[in-house]
Design a protein around this ligand. Structure first.
Ligand code: FES
Length: 134
């Protein structure tokens, strides 16, 4: 048996059980979609630090105003580099796997209203070929 196939120690198994219990009550598994926005201000390669900050603040404000939350089905997540590093701020809507570029507040507004609420991708700003199935 290799090390990777060994059972976890009792203390690790206890922590895993605690995480399983917590997951049952957490809201994350009930979200229908996640909207990840690159706010990697340390590298800031896909956009300037200020535009990342502006976009993230706008996303937080509008999701509150539109009552889009983990409980209602959308989990907005600030994240580090999404690996595109140009034409940002970059965002991705999961599980749709729709990637967006140039996510200014105006584009975020469209993503929220057209994609998240309306179910139609904002094709002008999509950088991935994936389309939503109708
Ligand atoms: S720094 Fe934003 S995608 Fe890499």
């Amino acid at each position: 048996m290799t090390d990777s196939k060994k059972s976890p120690s009792k203390s690790v198994a206890k922590k895993i059980d605690a995480a399983r219990r917590e997951l049952k009550t957490a809201t994350a598994p009930r979200t229908e979609r996640q909207l990840l926005l690159c706010v990697d201000r340390k590298t800031a390669e896909c956009a300037s630090r200020s535009s990342m900050t502006t976009s993230w603040k706008y996303l937080k404000k509008r999701t509150k105003e539109l009552k889009l939350s983990r409980v209602s089905g959308l989990w907005r997540v600030p994240c580090y580099c999404l690996g595109v590093c140009v034409g940002g701020p970059i965002a991705v809507v999961l599980p749709d796997n729709c990637w967006y570029g140039h996510c200014t507040p105006q584009v975020i507004e469209r993503i929220l209203k057209e994609h998240i609420i309306g179910g139609t991708v904002v094709s002008e700003y999509m950088i991935s070929p994936k389309q939503l199935e109708k």
